[in-house]
Design a protein around this ligand. Structure first.
Ligand code: SAH
Length: 221
């Protein structure tokens, strides 16, 4: 009995678990941007995973969130956010809302975040969760990310958290001159790609490291 009480209390010490996640999984592996670390410290990841998995929320791996989808490994969220280089006031497009965890991090860094999710129930749950957390600068739309969000384009930053086989042309078109896009690209073999569009609209791209993401589902033909 005593043991149970002690371990239950320890398991629910979310703040301590989050602090050690940030120190061990992010700072020790080289995540340095203060605003990114602050956003990670302020975002309660355990509220973005199914209740039965909460105790694993701060562990060093992805977790299932239902509908065959996953919440990404914490380090990957941190690293992609750092690579994206969001500035205060930026207008950000995210493709693949999933749980809304990455969305919440972005909302703390950007001016406004537009997030698209193709699985409607996930979009609804994430929107409700983000609203409940008081993040008012976020809009979630159920829809196909291959089309982007033309009504709100262009965007300063675009982040994709499901892997398309190639960079979707609509997303490149909706990136501002001087803007940046970060996406996992590939099929079985995927790499994290960083695209910069210069002030004349020219595209430069580089690959960072191999990744494993759920595929970005093809648009209806
Ligand atoms: N960033 C998320 C991780 C989501 S996993 C998080 O922090 O939880 C990738 C998500 O992309 C899944 O929810 C999947 O349904 C969604 N997705 C896949 N193809 C898509 C598409 N064409 N358009 C929009 N979302 C898509």
């Amino acid at each position: 009995m005593t043991l149970c009480v002690a371990s239950c209390a320890a398991a629910q010490n979310w703040d301590a678990m989050r602090e050690s996640m940030v120190r061990e999984q992010m700072e020790r592996r080289g995540i340095r941007t203060p605003a990114v670390l602050k956003a990670l410290r302020e975002t309660p990841r355990h509220l973005f995973v199914p209740e039965a998995l909460r105790r694993s929320a701060y562990n060093d791996h992805p977790l299932p969130i239902g509908h065959g989808q996953t919440i990404s490994q914490p380090y990957i969220v941190a690293s992609m956010t750092e690579l994206l280089g969001v500035r205060p006031g930026d207008k950000v497009l995210e493709i693949g809302t999933g749980s809304g965890y990455q969305t919440a991090i972005l909302a703390r860094l950007a001016g406004r975040v537009y997030s698209m999710e193709i699985v409607e129930p996930l979009a609804k749950e994430a929107a409700a969760r983000l609203k409940e957390m008081g993040l008012r600068n976020v809009e979630v739309r159920a829809g196909d990310g291959y089309r982007g969000w033309p009504e709100e384009a262009p965007f300063d930053r675009i982040i994709v958290t499901a892997a398309p086989p190639e960079l979707p042309p609509a997303l490149l078109a909706q990136l501002k001159n001087g803007g940046r896009l970060v996406a996992p690209v590939g099929r079985e073999w995927q790499e994290l790609v960083v695209v910069d569009k210069d002030l004349d609209g020219r595209i430069r791209q580089r690959t960072e490291y191999p990744v494993v993401f759920v595929p970005m589902v093809p648009r209806a033909k």
